[in-house]
Write a protein that binds this ligand. Structure first.
Ligand code: FEO
Length: 408
């Protein structure tokens, strides 16, 4: 067995036996700039339980970490909190190697595992209120459907007051630091928000329901151990991440506009800069993002607290520029919800793109605050003045909407 990888003690009787993926950058369309971890946990009670596994290429790393504290064959139970393959990629291998007495998953997890792996192994279904007696320790389960998949559930280890939360409260961050209080706060803030925006945002109503469910269970949370990134163990950190999730799930917009665009010959970029000046002059915080220099997942992160989404595209062959269309499709899937939207773009011949973007904003449920702004060819000073003015009007519209929302 590989001697390089060691388990990391989380608390008495609990070890982290996951894997660090320093190199992953594309996580189903999400730019994971800092890599990620696939967290698996070993509970060394009278009965030994493995909570989740890791992505398949990292199986050796997980087995080596397990073997650094216990012979893998001594594992009695395997719990699959979430069936997405970054956590089950080596589940079949693990089952074959350790031959556990039982494998546990939610009802939907059982279906998902069958659909993924076509295994002949029996899966024991657990749900709300079910427990697993480990002798001197006890696990309880609670379903958290759609946080992230229909199968998602969490497991709570009573003696350690430890919640194994699968994807929820995680982040994509490769590091040797296993605990959140060992990581720079600004990194935690950025990566937790980006993760929520790209993974959980469209599922916000389910996140809110899960938070309520956990609160109603009255569990004392001494530690929260997600399936990605660091473990939360300080009271103030746990309160912080739970509070952030409550805010994000509620989707409160701020006085902030994200202007994203791409450009063919620089004209739509000139418009974007003038519009940004107008928005800023109107007192709104502004983020300009060229899609030739920004990734769609960073755009999603910026939109998490934005009140206005302003999108610009030149028209190419009667259509939206590809990078802008890509970002809009991604944002539509994430159910990005701003309270104000608007579209703009330079064009040469027919100029359909801004109108097409305006229609897409409508399909996304974002009310447009101004007619699409189109400029033929290269904007001159007069045209840029109009762009700036258009930005000022968007700022006014956003501020008005925010005031109305606050007065309700
Ligand atoms: Fe980390 Fe939904 O898997």
């Amino acid at each position: 067995m590989n001697q390089l990888f060691k388990a990391v003690k989380v608390t008495d009787g609990v070890y982290w036996v996951g894997a660090i993926d320093w190199d992953v950058r594309n996580f189903h369309g999400y730019l994971t700039s800092r890599g990620t971890t696939y967290n698996a946990f070993l509970i060394l009670a009278d009965k030994v339980a493995l909570i989740d596994t890791v992505k398949r290429p990292f199986a050796d790393e997980m087995f080596a970490r397990i073997a650094s504290v216990i012979e893998p064959e001594r594992i009695d139970y395997v719990v699959s909190n979430h069936s997405e393959m970054d956590h089950t990629g080596c589940l079949c291998e693990a089952i074959a190697a350790v031959k556990p007495e039982k494998v546990f998953a939610s009802k939907m997890g059982q279906k998902a595992l069958a659909g993924h792996f076509h295994m002949d192994r029996e899966i024991t279904v657990v749900g709300d209120g079910d427990g697993l007696d480990l002798g001197n320790m006890k696990l309880s389960f609670a379903e958290t459907r759609m946080c992230h998949w229909p199968d998602s559930m969490v497991s709570y280890l009573h003696e350690a007051k430890l919640l194994f939360s699968q994807d929820a409260f995680g982040m994509h961050l490769a590091s040797y630091e296993r605990f959140a209080d060992e990581v720079d706060r600004w990194v935690l803030d950025y990566e937790a928000a980006k993760y929520y925006a790209n993974i959980l945002l469209p599922l916000s109503p389910f996140v809110a329901a899960a938070l309520e469910k956990l609160a109603n269970l009255g569990l004392e949370l001494g530690m929260v151990a997600p399936d990605h990134g660091p473990i939360w163990r300080k009271k103030q950190d746990i309160e912080m991440i739970l509070g952030l999730y409550a805010n994000w799930a509620e989707r409160r917009p701020a006085s902030k506009a994200v202007v994203f665009y791409d450009t063919m010959w620089g004209s739509t970029a000139k418009m974007a800069r003038a519009i940004g000046e107008g928005l800023a002059a109107g007192g709104v915080k502004v983020k300009l993002m060229s899609m030739s220099a920004s990734h769609r997942s960073d755009l999603a992160g910026e939109l998490l607290d934005a009140g206005a989404l302003v999108v610009g595209s030149p028209t190419i062959n009667n259509c939206i520029f590809p990078s802008v269309a890509d970002a809009m499709c991604y944002l539509k899937g994430l159910k990005a919800k701003c309270i104000v939207g608007a579209a703009f773009g330079s064009y040469g011949w027919s100029g359909e793109a801004p109108r097409q973007l305006d229609a897409m904003l409508g399909e996304m449920g974002i009310e447009t605050a101004a007619e699409p702004l189109r400029i033929n060819y290269v904007p001159d000073d007069e045209a840029l003045g109009r762009c700036r003015q258009w930005g000022c009007k968007l700022a006014e519209a956003l501020e008005l909407k925010l005031k109305l929302a606050a007065s309700k």
